[in-house]
Design a binder for this molecule. Structure first.
Ligand code: AMP
Length: 210
């Protein structure tokens, strides 16, 4: 299964990707996580990405394509993968096609903007391993501490309310048109966000017939 997850920031792509990844035994590739790791390490890519990420803007397409090309060539991607947060623009999707990256399905998780705004205020991210939690819907066992690696939980700079609004604008303008792109290819599958994480996973399984 080579799957793309589409949806606004905070739609639950990362959370659902993690669940599907375990079930299908394929890796999740999140350009957001790769960029945050690069920023933390201060690599040339990280330094280039920083101003865009912190302002809620999209990182230039050529940087993203370089990351994806390198990552998908790794061994663990041979039997499939889940792309979380990429492609994010039509040119990225076109560039991926030109590279011969063929996907099976693009799954869009549909969520109202207001739900996203409310939800983002509760999101916490592990500073060390990038795993996300939610204060109400998916709390860590111990407050402020990552269940997986024991790292410190933090509010991502780009999860601050003003930046969330900017990211939603970018989503509607640049990323949402990808739904039409994949619909034309007969690959789009849509799922409405459900009140809980597990209910959304149930809908996704139905939609993907897995
Ligand atoms: P995410 O964790 O997917 O919400 O991504 C966080 C931020 O990383 C985004 O707001 C962008 O600044 C940047 N980013 C991640 N993936 C992409 C992409 N495919 N294209 C451009 N920018 C991206």
């Amino acid at each position: 299964m080579r799957l793309i997850l589409l949806g606004a920031p905070g739609a639950g792509k990362g959370t659902q990707a993690e669940i599907l990844s375990k079930e299908l035994n394929i890796p999740t590739i999140s350009t957001g996580n790769i960029l945050r790791a690069a920023m933390k390490e201060g690599t040339p890519t990280g330094l280039k990405a920083k101003e865009y990420v912190n302002a809620g803007k999209l990182v230039p397409d050529d940087v993203i394509i370089g990351i994806i090309k390198e990552r998908l060539a790794e061994d663990d991607c041979k039997n499939g993968y889940i792309l979380d947060g990429v492609p994010r623009t039509i040119p990225q999707a076109q560039a991926m096609e030109e590279l011969g990256i063929v996907i099976d399905k693009a799954l869009s998780i549909e969520v109202e903007d207001q739900t996203i705004i409310d939800r983002m205020s509760g999101r916490r991210t592990c500073k060390n391993c990038s795993r996300t939690f939610h204060m109400i819907f998916n709390p860590p066992i111990k407050e402020g501490v990552c269940d997986v690696c024991g790292g410190e939980l933090d509010i991502r700079k780009d999860d601050m309310p003003e930046t969330v609004k900017a990211r939603l604008d970018v989503y509607h303008k640049e990323t949402e048109p990808l739904k039409g792109f994949y619909e034309n290819l007969g690959k789009l599958v849509k799922v409405d966000n459900q009140p809980g994480i597990e209910e959304t996973t149930v809908e996704i399984r139905k939609a993907l017939e897995i």
